[in-house]
Design a protein around this ligand. Structure first.
Ligand SMILES: [Zn+2]
Length: 249
């Protein structure tokens, strides 16, 4: 059980590091207490993860920690919000962050990796937001009027198809989200056509996810089987639930 002093001390440590490394990157630090004197759940969860930095922590452990302090929570969402919305570098097994394999974090588990860097996707999004207020012309200028994928410059000979002039189109970063300016990367007519809404791109035009599961069917059979195995091993319980649901349909 954590004493009030311990919680205050840990919060101060976090705050110190936040001021040095994270504040100017837009990471949000919740206040420790509300006006009525009770702790904020965000701060408590952050403290718990910080005390256990680089250790795998399950949803249940956090829930029990909160209950011991007298806070009843049914759907513990703080750890998720702390990374995606507030920018803390907390990886989640459920979300499948790329570091999960390395640190052995499974579904229902979390890990605070560092207080010296924000959650990577948070920085990407923030960068995107800084030019989302402007126009498509501004966005193209931000990328030097070039295709993010092949580097061809607008109005000049296309690097891959020298018989054509490059025309920049609005490449859909995440095809499952609306085509707003923060979800656009400039791509030439050839690179944009090639992706067929099958992939999710980052701001630099690198593929980071598959957005259409049917893409798997284009893969060789051994890859398809390996993929199925991988998904089942990742989260056997979830795979079984999904299979049950499909059978019931
Ligand atoms: Zn291109």
């Amino acid at each position: 059980m954590y004493s009030e002093k311990f919680i205050q001390d840990k919060y101060n440590e976090i705050k110190e590091k936040w001021e040095v490394h994270l504040k100017d990157k837009g990471v949000k630090l919740s206040s420790l207490k509300k006006n009525n004197g009770s702790y904020t759940l965000n701060a408590l969860v952050l403290i718990y993860l910080y005390v256990n930095i680089k250790k795998t922590i399950s949803k249940e452990e956090i829930t029990i920690f909160l209950q011991n302090l007298g806070y009843q929570v049914n759907d513990m969402q703080q750890a998720r919000h702390l990374s995606q919305q507030d920018g803390w570098y907390i990886i989640s097994g459920q979300r499948g962050d790329s570091e999960c394999k390395k640190y052995n974090v499974s579904a229902g588990e979390y890990m605070l990796l560092t207080l010296e860097e924000p959650y990577p996707q948070f920085s990407d999004r923030r960068r995107a937001e800084t030019y989302s207020l402007n126009s498509w012309e501004d966005l193209k200028r931000h990328y030097g009027n070039r295709c993010v994928s092949c580097g061809s410059e607008e109005g000049k000979k296309n690097l891959l198809y020298p018989n054509s002039l490059t025309r920049l189109e609005k490449g859909h970063k995440d095809p499952r989200q609306p085509l707003t300016l923060d979800n656009i990367i400039p791509q030439c007519q050839f690179c944009n056509g090639a992706s067929q809404n099958l992939f999710v791109f980052d701001n630099k035009g690198k593929v980071i996810k598959i957005s259409d599961p049917r893409f798997v069917l284009k893969s060789d059979e051994d890859v398809q089987i390996a993929m199925l195995k991988l998904l089942m091993e990742e989260d056997l319980e979830r795979a079984e639930t999904i299979l049950e649901e499909l059978k019931a349909e």
